[in-house]
Design a protein around this ligand. Sequence first.
Ligand code: CU
Length: 107
Amino acid sequence: MVRLLCPAWLLGLTICPLPTVAAETIRIRIEDLAYTPQHVAAHVGDAVEWTSRDYVAHTATARNREWDVVIPAGGIGRVMLTHAGKVEYYCRYHPNMQGSISVAAPP
Ligand SMILES: [Cu+2]
């Protein structure tokens, strides 16, 4: 699904005089205690969605404590990326599970 973002909406405008940007959903699979792909690139405004195929619960926990998402067994977890930078994350239950998201400024 495509969402459109317009900076002018923050100012209460209903039409967008600026170029709109299609925000994306970055999908990461969790299987056999690993994030796949392990490293992804995204932009501010994108969402990241983890889908687990494992039979145990996992988390996606940012090392900078920006977010901590619990992903139930066979379930989905989601986070919105609100600012730029590289975020390293891991699973609190299985610390060997590690990944990263490089978040660039909006295109
Ligand atoms: Cu885990």
